[in-house]
Design a protein. Structure first.
Length: 406
């Protein structure tokens, strides 16, 4: 998905992939050899991805650089509000400047001659050119970072400092009166004048208050509506570890049976429970393979006029412990349109079976919701092996997988 792996419940494969291709890298991803291997794999994945999916992928990445990523809404939601305020203040300052430079009548033209800007007595053209260049560099940096694995630290330390400067200047423009009051007020340093005598634009102050409220509201809206999920059709190179046909028959608690693998929910919360097949526990240990992906297939249809389902919680009754500093909530955001759909989520740590147990999908849907179970499967990510086959044998890497389960 282009995000830091931990956001999806995964681990970094920048070491194991080149080491699998050529053990001479000795576990160091920063050597020229390791970097060359990882680059070949990345370019191959882009080449084998459709144009539409590439556009969607890089647009998703660009949005993350400009507004922070969707997973960060559950980690540090204040960052989204701050970034929204920065962009809104910059856009508002630009609009105000255009308004102040507009022609006053049909005979006049656009002019910067009478434009008053805060700060030292430097020509307005120089100030505006400096801001425009800095804004252009920020946007160019975001485009340059779009192909890079999204990293919160890069966003904080590469983009944020310049946006702080731009938004600070923008706030100054909004608070600065359109016409200077007097030469004395223009030349007197703000720090030497009493606060109550400082000249500010009251309309600008009100606008800033509106921008603060709007930024917080936009961040809260994103927290309610933005979802982050693995693309079940484009998981990268994978192979099946636990097949759907080897799992036990699904059953649903507190629901009316409508036939094979189909139920109607009642007033209570309910769960779909599937017995996992017998297997060698060592074959699913983290040392056996690094990253796994669960794919779950079902259809959900809520009654007409009712509310939608809350995110469904996926769990494994006998699983490995969580050891990373962060683990995403094991939630599936269901689409209650009655169509059979495939959902994907990581199969690591607390979602990696450690022995015989059950796969449990807890649903919170309105009474009368019809649910049809289509099965589940556990995949193993095979990027290292696919990289070796690509570089040694020229075998293309297929990032796609059919939505139907094996």
């Amino acid at each position: 998905m282009g995000m830091e792996p931990v956001y999806s419940g995964f681990h970094y494969d920048a070491v194991i992939t080149p080491f699998t291709v050529d053990p001479k890298v000795e576990g160091n991803p920063l050597t020229k050899l390791a970097d060359n291997i990882n680059t070949q794999v990345a370019v191959e994945l882009i080449k084998q991805t459709t144009f539409a999916d590439n556009i969607s992928f890089f647009a998703f990445k660009l949005k993350a650089w400009l507004l922070y990523s969707t997973p960060e809404l559950t980690i540090r939601p204040s960052q989204r509000a701050v970034r929204w305020f920065e962009w809104l203040s910059i856009a508002s300052a630009a609009a105000v400047l255009v308004w102040r430079c507009r022609p006053r009548d049909a005979k006049s033209a656009w002019s910067l001659a009478k434009l008053q800007l805060p700060g030292a007595r430097v020509m307005a053209q120089i100030k505006l050119a400096t801001m425009a260049i800095l804004l252009g560099l920020v946007l160019a940096m975001a485009l340059q970072l779009a192909p890079v694995l999204y990293n919160e630290r890069y966003n904080n330390y590469f983009l944020e400092p310049w946006l702080i400067v731009l938004s600070g200047v923008s706030v100054g423009i909004l608070l600065h009166p359109p016409v200077a009051r007097s030469p004395r007020h223009q030349l007197a340093p703000v720090s030497l004048r009493p606060l109550w005598k400082t000249t500010v634009s009251h309309s600008g102050a009100i606008l800033l208050l509106v921008l603060v409220v709007a930024s917080v509201a936009l961040a809260q809206w994103a927290m309610r509506h933005e979802n982050f999920a693995i693309d079940p059709h484009r998981p990268g190179p994978t192979e099946v570890v636990l097949q759907n046909k080897t799992m036990g028959t699904a059953r649903m608690e507190h629901a009316e049976s409508l036939g094979s693998n189909k139920w109607r929910t009642g007033t209570s919360s309910t769960s779909i429970i599937v017995t996992l097949p017998s297997f060698d526990p060592a074959s699913l240990e983290p040392k056996a393979f690094m990253d796994g992906i669960w794919r779950v297939r079902l259809s959900v249809l809520t009654p007409r006029g009712s509310s939608s389902c809350l995110p469904a919680n996926l769990s494994v009754s006998n699983a490995h412990p969580v050891w990373q500093w962060y683990s995403p909530d094991p939630m599936l955001h269901l689409r209650p349109d009655g169509k059979m759909r495939t959902y994907a989520i990581h199969g690591n740590d607390n979602l990696r079976p450690a022995g015989p147990g059950q796969l449990i999908l807890a649903l919170q849907c309105p009474e009368g919701t019809e649910v049809t179970w289509g099965g589940a499967e556990l995949l193993r990510v095979t990027t290292p092996e696919a990289a070796r086959a690509l570089i040694h044998h020229g075998q293309p890497i297929n990032p796609y997988r059919p939505l139907e389960l094996e």
